[in-house]
Design a protein around this ligand. Structure first.
Ligand code: HEM
Ligand code: HEM
Length: 176
């Protein structure tokens, strides 16, 4: 089953979920490393890798959003405050998954250095060459990524807890 139903996640949504999750789990530590080193010739490839993976997340999120217009995901299991909390966390994660890569792209554009992904594709600059834009964008980028890390702990904790409670939350995101 490719599509989602009212109660289950289809293959496409599950593939998006785990592919993006895998990329993010590389991006967070990689980004934190970049934040603490001086850019130089020896580590330029780490920056390039971070930009490539980050833009991939952005592109996959756009595709995921379009897919969910065609095939909406099922509502969280159960009801009451837990379902409401799950919805709020999922929405916030969505917002961060767009704004984090976008702010990275804006900050990179503002440095005046080309944003090159996959070693060859040069993206257009989406911000003026400006130190103020660079500082603002990367400040947001860092704070939003750390907020995301906290939410992710909540997200994973909740998924594991509900699976242990036996409601099949994790199973339906893995096997549908
Ligand atoms: C690392 C980045 C991750 C992101 C960005 C992320 C994002 C999301 C989002 C947005 C949803 C809502 C469904 C949708 O609209 O597609 C979701 C559902 C879910 N996620 Fe994650 N997730 C991540 C990692 C994980 C991990 C590591 C686990 C496992 C422990 C997990 C377990 C689940 C489960 C079980 C659901 C289904 C919840 C339900 O039944 O309503 N996620 N995730
Ligand atoms: C899923 C997407 C992304 C995640 C989770 C992410 C995460 C992070 C994190 C956690 C940091 C460290 C921030 C700090 O220590 O203050 C960082 C730094 C950085 N990110 Fe990203 N990032 C993503 C996408 C991007 C994209 C698309 C670009 C550029 C096109 C980018 C460019 C950078 C740069 C240049 C730095 C170093 C900034 C500095 O020197 O302070 N990131 N990223």
């Amino acid at each position: 089953m490719l599509k989602n139903t009212a109660t289950s996640f289809g293959l496409v949504t599950r593939a998006f979920h785990w592919a993006i999750a895998g990329l993010i789990l590389v991006q967070l530590p990689l980004g934190l490393r970049l934040g603490s080193i001086e850019p130089g010739l020896a580590n330029l490839w780490l920056f390039a890798l971070h930009k490539t993976l980050g833009i991939s997340v952005f592109a996959l999120m756009c595709a995921r959003l379009l897919w969910h217009l065609v095939s909406p995901p099922p509502a969280p299991l159960g009801g009451g405050w837990q379902a409401a909390a799950a919805r709020a966390v999922h929405w916030t994660i969505y917002a961060l998954m767009f704004s984090i890569p976008l702010s990275g792209w804006i900050g990179s554009s503002a440095t005046g250095i080309d944003t090159v992904v996959f070693g060859r594709l040069t993206l257009p600059a989406i911000a003026p060459l400006s130190e103020a834009w660079e500082t603002a964008a990367f400040t947001f980028h860092g704070i939003a990524a750390k907020a995301f890390l906290a939410l992710l702990a909540l997200h994973i904790g909740a998924a594991l807890k509900r699976e242990m409670d036996g409601d099949g939350t994790l199973t339906r995101m893995i096997r549908g």
